[in-house]
Design a protein around this ligand. Structure first.
Ligand SMILES: [Zn+2]
Ligand SMILES: [Zn+2]
Length: 319
């Protein structure tokens, strides 16, 4: 029997036409003809299954490839994984949706393929333009299974900043509820509330944090207007990223302006909008670090002090 004899999904192409093993995957019984050696070197679990101690590993030969039923597994995810460990980048699916990536992460976790997929997953997890809440949650859960700290923080941060709906529905998804620790929605909510307070605080400080000239006054007034626009209740109903955009847009106003000294005790100076912009950007960045949800936050008690990710790396007080 060759791999061409089996039922196929449209994405499946022959991975290794002279492979000694045919994985028969999922309820659709998709047949993936592969080399046992590629699977053995990529995964300890396959190493045991296809090694000499199990019946599956006996008398493997490309002339009569052995069928290995993997009914519980996801066909597209295993196909993609097999392409990677067979160096078949030419037939790798071009588009992998966040949900499919989560399935790949589940298989990688089950078969201990994290090292074999180290570089592939780094690229798969880099998704910049995803805005849908469930898709972001799938990416976050995939990063969780791949134990990828940076990408877990990036996707959880997008959930915190871009969404104002309740996170409870994440656990209504049966896959997510099996993977993510049960406290995840609660912690996302807690961090989002903290971020709302952080940006309220930033707006409040910026009403005072300006030069004493006309430019400074109009900048302070703009923050005061914004503070009145984004009252606490209004902030609850707005994605935080929108408020952050408004906060930043104010600081881009104005030119460098010359101030002559008014007495012999002080010097001439320029007020520098660029300096205000940089300081504000730094404040926002620090607030984001503080409210980030990292892998250790969700696996521990939610306390940030003992996290590998330094939430307070540049801790400072507002001035
Ligand atoms: Zn000034
Ligand atoms: Zn943390």
């Amino acid at each position: 029997m060759s791999s061409d004899d089996g039922k196929k999904l449209d994405f499946v192409k022959a991975i290794a036409s002279d492979g000694d093993v045919i994985l028969v995957v999922g309820e659709q019984k998709v047949e993936l003809r592969v080399h046992s050696q590629c699977l053995i070197s990529a995964s300890k679990v396959f190493g045991a299954m296809l090694g000499p101690n199990w019946s599956e590993g006996q008398n493997l030969s490309k002339n009569s490839p052995k069928e290995i039923p993997l009914i519980e597994d996801d066909a597209k995810a295993l196909y993609t994984i097999c392409c990677v460990v067979h160096h078949r980048n030419d037939i790798l699916p071009e588009r992998i949706s966040p949900r499919e990536l989560l399935q790949i992460a589940i298989e990688a976790d089950k078969y201990d393929l994290r090292t074999a997929l180290l570089f592939a997953k780094a690229q798969w997890l880099q998704r910049k333009n995803i805005t849908d809440m469930m898709e972001l949650a799938y990416l976050m859960a995939a990063a969780f299974l791949f134990d990828d700290m940076d990408m877990f923080i990036e996707h959880s941060q997008a959930l915190i900043l871009q969404h104002q709906d309740s996170y409870i529905e994440l656990l209504a998804d049966s896959t997510l509820s099996q993977i993510l620790p049960a406290n995840t929605p609660h912690l996302l909510e807690e961090r989002r509330n903290r971020m709302r307070a952080e940006i309220g605080e930033i707006m409040l400080r910026e009403t005072k944090n300006s030069c004493s000239c006309g430019w400074g006054k109009s900048r302070s007034d703009s923050y005061r207007d914004l503070l009145y626009e984004y009252t606490p209740l209004r902030i609850l109903g707005t994605p935080i990223s929108k408020v952050v955009e408004r906060i930043q847009s104010i600081s881009y106003d104005g030119n460098r302006q010359y101030h002559a000294s008014t007495s012999r005790y002080d010097k001439d100076y320029y007020h520098e909008p660029a300096k205000y912009i940089a300081t504000l950007a730094e404040k926002l960045e620090k607030a984001k670090r503080r409210v980030s949800l990292c892998l250790d936050c969700v696996q521990g008690s939610g306390e940030t002090e003992s996290c590998r990710f330094e939430h307070e790396e540049f801790y400072y007080r507002f001035n």
